[in-house]
Structures are given as structure tokens and as C-alpha cells.
Design a protein around this ligand. Structure first.
Ligand SMILES: Cc1ncc(COP(=O)(O)O)c(C=O)c1O
Length: 327
């Protein structure tokens, strides 16, 4: 996976990719004291645009607040502008955007107040997290032997870097077993989410997803709930037991990286027809339209990277870019 770019945004400056490094003695690395976002920029009818940029910026600051950072210097609007800037600086049309607020310069006494927050934003051209095959044919998953976070052990509403050791344990196990994704149960034994996706099932035309109490408030999840209601589906948020997945007509998962993916087999049991079902396909199709600017809500959900009146990338190059690079 190529994660290269020309520039990484670091604390207000565009730093050449090779120089975007941090010191080994950074507590974020040792204790997972960082919060991050995963955001996508799509090539839309009105040029490159960031999908639900405001919601991602808000969730980044919410994660920071949950971890305990205080008095952060960045506003939602400044974050959104920095996301646009890093895409423009790299002249990407479709990319993934990864902001990360990390603890630096102190914090070794396990007190977040001992260090300072820093912000960096990287971007790279990342087309398909689970591959094009998965988009069309769905994937095979199993229930992880690892439990998802207890809401009072790790904070489930925050994308805290350290939280993701739990996802890595589960996904590594599933992939070593030959599956493509892990479904994680909450500490009570109900379905929580996948390692980087929220989960939905369809039964008798009704769409069901777990309540947000123990899972990440996925922005794709929110978009799909809206799309499903727009399409006239009955949608309910309720606890889901493992065996409800076995007898569902369709199961699908969603996230910024994965988009909308059918689960065609769970724990060696074929789900529904064993292919992507009609409801999943319809929602996937509308989601793809929405992110490319072709849906009634697209204008609200997409933040263009270039100003509409001056669409040429050359006019939007960052003034802070190092002069040494021919832009
Ligand atoms: C644990 C977890 N659940 C769900 C999601 C999906 O969230 P979103 O749709 O906002 O990307 C993600 C990815 O961000 C995640 O890491």
C-alpha cells in the first residue's frame, strides 16, 4: 500500500514527506496517547471534495476531549481548512486523510497534563481498503475471540490510538484463520462492531444496527441510516445477538475505509443467498452516488477542496509550501 505523498501537514507547516518524523521519546508512541480520524476525499462532479469533513473534524476534537486533552488550539473550521490544504498541496483528487493529535514533550508520568498536544495530517492515495473483489462479492468474517472494549475500560466513542490494539488483536486472528474481517462482541456478549466498521443486518426488509452505547459513532453508519430512511426502510437500533447474524437475510458493514461491504459468510455459515443482497446493493449504490456528488444530500456532505470560482489546482497551491519544490 503506497502511503507516500509530497507533504505532510505538521503543526501548521507543510513538511516534505521524508522529513515528517517524530522523536522516539514521544509518549504517544509508548502509551498510545493520540487520537485520530480517517477521512476520504472523493473525485466528485465538482472536483475533489472531502466527505463529511465537518463531522470528522468534530469527532477528532471529541476524541481529544474524551482522552483528556484541554485547551486545544484548533477549531473545527481550522481543521477543515487544513484537510483541504493538505490535499491541495499533494494535488490528489482521491485520497484518504489521516489527522492525528498526539501527546509530545512530556507525559511520562501517565498524566496527559504533563505534555503538549501536537497535530499532524497525512494523506495518501488509497482506493480500496478491502479490495475491489470485496465491494462486489462481499467478505467472510468470524466472531473474534477478543471482546470489544468495555465502555468504562476504553472509551468507545473516541478514536484513541491505543484502542486500536484491540482491533489489531482481533483482525490479525481472523486473517490468520483465513477470514477477511472480525466481528467483535461487546462485554455483555452482543454484537458491537468490526475492527474498523460498524455493522448492520437486514431481516424481512427491516434494517437493524447495534445502538451506539458501546461502539464508535461511525460517520458512514450515520450516512447509511439517513440513506436507508430516505429509501423508505424501517431502521431500528437495538442489541443484536450472535445468532441473529446467522439467520439474517443480509449483513453488511461500513466505514470510511471499507465503505459498504456485504458479509457473505459468518462463522462458516452462509448469510442469506451467499452473495451481496438487494438491500445492501441498493444502499451501497446510493452511498457511492452520495460520495461522488450525485445524491440529494451530497451538497451538504461534501466539502470541495478547491473554491468553485477558481477550480484550477495551480491557483490553490499552499503559500507555506517549501520554495525548493517546483509546484
Ligand atoms: C472501531 C470502528 N468502528 C467503526 C468505524 C467506522 O467509522 P466511520 O464510518 O466514521 O469511518 C471505524 C472507522 O473509523 C472504527 O475504527
Amino acid at each position: 500500500m503506497g502511503m507516500e505523498s509530497s507533504f505532510v501537514w505538521m503543526n501548521g507547516e507543510l513538511v516534505p514527506y521524508a522529513n515528517a518524523t517524530i522523536h522516539f521519546n514521544t509518549p504517544a508512541l509508548h502509551y498510545g496517547l493520540a487520537v485520530f480520524e480517517g477521512i476520504r476525499c472523493y473525485d466528485t462532479v465538482s472536483g475533489p471534495a472531502i466527505f463529511r469533513s465537518r463531522e470528522h473534524a468534530e469527532r477528532l476534537l471529541a476524541s481529544a476531549r474524551i482522552l483528556g486533552f484541554r485547551d486545544l488550539p484548533w477549531t473545527v473550521d481550522e481543521l477543515m481548512e487544513a484537510f483541504r490544504l493538505v490535499v491541495r498541496a499533494n494535488q490528489f483528487t482521491e485520497c484518504y486523510i489521516r489527522p492525528l493529535i498526539y501527546l509530545t514533550g512530556g507525559g511520562w508520568n501517565l498524566n496527559i497534563d504533563g505534555g503538549q498536544p501536537a497535530l499532524a495530517i497525512s494523506t495518501w492515495e488509497w482506493k480500496n481498503y478491502l479490495g475491489p473483489e470485496a465491494l462486489e462479492n462481499g467478505i467472510r468474517a468470524n466472531i473474534a475471540s477478543f471482546t470489544r472494549h468495555h465502555p468504562n475500560v476504553m472509551m468507545t466513542k473516541a478514536k484513541i490510538s491505543g484502542n486500536y490494539a484491540n482491533s489489531v488483536l482481533a483482525r490479525t486472528e481472523s486473517m490468520r484463520l483465513g477470514f477477511e474481517e472480525a466481528i467483535m462482541l461487546d462485554p455483555q456478549g452482543y454484537i458491537a462492531e468490526c475492527t474498523g466498521e460498524n455493522l448492520f443486518l437486514v431481516r424481512k426488509g427491516k434494517i437493524i444496527t447495534p445502538p451506539i452505547s458501546a461502539v464508535l459513532e461511525g460517520i458512514t453508519r450515520d450516512s447509511l441510516l439517513t440513506v436507508a430512511k430516505d429509501l423508505g426502510y424501517e431502521v431500528v437500533e437495538q442489541m443484536i445477538a450472535r445468532d441473529q447474524l446467522y439467520i439474517a437475510d443480509e449483513v453488511f458493514v461500513c466505514g470510511t475505509a471499507a465503505e459498504v461491504i456485504a458479509l457473505r459468510e459468518i462463522d462458516y455459515r452462509v448469510v442469506g443467498s451467499g452473495k451481496m443482497g438487494p438491500v445492501t446493493r441498493q444502499i451501497q449504490t446510493v452511498f457511492h452516488q452520495a460520495v461522488r456528488g450525485d445524491y440529494a444530500r451530497s451538497a451538504d456532505w461534501l466539502d470541495p477542496v478547491y473554491l468553485p470560482e477558481t477550480p484550477s489546482p495551480a491557483l490553490h497551491l499552499p503559500i507555506t509550501a517549501p520554495a525548493s519544490r517546483p509546484l
